[in-house]
Design a protein around this ligand. Structure first.
Ligand SMILES: [Zn+2]
Length: 435
């Protein structure tokens, strides 16, 4: 990559909300591996005359999620029609948000190589999922079970500047959704989907005239790989004085390369207009609060770094999983004044003692017991030193090959330790000290 060119990356993330029913009808949302077209009704089949009724639970969960990122929620929002024709969209339009979204602006704070970096957001909005196409040779089947499932979309500003930043940003979004328990964000099940756009610029504040969109990215690793590939591809073109074509590209995970799919549609092609069947919302007086003592993951990371004095890498590992984080915090609390937080963190991270099989107190007790064992080990060493010093001829015999004399020496150690030494431990130590 030419060092003077800066990647300008924007990301669009979708995840399906864990709600009881779909976005605009009462069909269930759980469509994974269900018999095709069994969870449908006139609304999600897009039949003429069917009226959408917005799902309150989905709206509340989106508001909750948007709050974490300080997205401005003024309580006024509406739904709009995004018009395009595709076989997975029976109405010929998708009900989405365009003019007045639930969350406007905001920022996602990532921990990148020890530094906290904020990635600005354009908006956080709610829409309905499309049906699923199943391609079979020269024909395709449509499963409408997924049609109408509530989908949250998070649109970043184009202010991500490296593939690593992109990956951290995505991890953060998934982490928050999981911590709030509003989505499982399972990419294998398709409940989280990713799209990236990228161009290269000499100045990070100047947007280039072109933009390449990448689709079919079904893992964070693929996003990183696809962006790395694009940086190289676009750099080569720009160095030759060519401008990359504005287009949509797919990603082939087997080659690690992106490939041209089609030239990009402009936003205006969707002919957005307000959804006439759903009046605008005014939730100005409605309050939806985060659970008590709930902190965003970056604040938890700051606590681990500042209060517990641990390295940022520890902070990342310990806060990757909400259960692990609360286990760690409780263990630190239980072990207070007896064990340093760092020791507890090390034991957990190096899997010396399983945190899944023990309670925080059990873990702390086990660490303390081991610590005590070490002190006993040190006393034992003193005793052995004394025995070695007081029995030079036995030591000489041992060193000249009469290893059976070790039995006598252990006996001396036991006598000194008043029978409290562990034989195996004493044998090992003695053998080591005599070698
Ligand atoms: Zn339905």
């Amino acid at each position: 990559m030419k060092s003077s060119l800066i990647p300008i990356i924007g990301l669009e993330v979708h995840f399906e909300l864990k709600t009881k029913s779909k976005m605009f009808c009462s069909c269930p949302v759980d469509h994974f591996q269900k018999k095709a077209n069994t969870q449908v009704c006139p609304v999600c089949l897009g039949l003429p005359g069917a009226q959408p009724v917005p799902n309150q639970q989905a709206i509340d969960k989106t508001i909750l999620f948007a709050q974490v990122f300080d997205s401005s929620i003024d309580g006024k929002f509406m739904f709009d029609r995004k018009n395009y024709y595709y076989p997975d969209l029976p109405k010929g339009y998708q009900i989405s948000q365009h003019f007045n979204t639930i969350g406007k602006g905001g920022g996602v704070i990532i921990l990148e190589q020890g530094k906290f970096v904020s990635i600005s957001l354009q908006d956080i909005h709610l829409e309905e999922d499309t049906a699923k196409l199943i391609h079979r040779g020269d024909y395709s089947l449509v499963d409408y079970n997924r049609s109408g499932v509530p989908l949250v979309e998070i649109v970043s500003m184009p202010n991500i500047h490296s593939p690593l930043q992109a990956k951290e940003y995505l991890k953060r979004i998934r982490q928050v959704a999981r911590w709030l328990d509003i989505s499982d964000c399972d990419m294998e099940k398709g409940s989280m989907r990713l799209e990236a756009n990228i161009s290269l610029s000499k100045d990070k504040n100047v947007l280039p005239k072109y933009k390449v969109e990448i689709k079919n990215l079904n893992s964070f690793r693929y996003v990183e790989k696809a962006l790395e590939y694009e940086i190289e591809r676009q750099s080569k073109l720009l160095e030759k004085g060519e401008v990359p074509i504005q287009e949509t590209r797919g990603f082939d995970s087997s080659t690690g390369k992106t490939y041209s799919q089609r030239s990009k549609e402009e936003a205006k092609d969707y002919r957005y207009f307000p959804e006439p069947d759903i009046p605008p919302f005014d939730f100005t007086d409605k309050k939806i609060s985060l659970p008590k003592k709930w902190r965003p993951p970056w604040e938890e990371e700051k606590i681990i770094i500042d209060k517990y004095k641990l390295d940022w890498k520890y902070a990342k590992i310990l806060s990757a999983n909400k259960k692990l984080l609360s286990f760690f915090k409780e263990a630190v609390n239980v072990g207070k004044s007896k064990i340093e937080a760092k020791i507890i963190a090390n034991v957990i991270i190096n899997k010396k003692i399983s945190w899944k099989k023990n309670s925080p107190k059990q873990l702390v007790d086990k660490i303390l017991k081991e610590k005590k064992g070490e002190i006993e080990g040190v006393s034992l060493e003193k005793i052995i030193k004394k025995v070695i010093k007081e029995n030079p001829s036995a030591v000489q015999d041992y060193k000249s090959g009469k290893i059976q004399v070790i039995g006598f020496l252990i006996g001396q150690v036991q006598r000194e330790a008043k029978g409290k030494a562990q034989v195996k431990q004493a044998q090992d130590l003695l053998a080591r000290m005599l070698s």
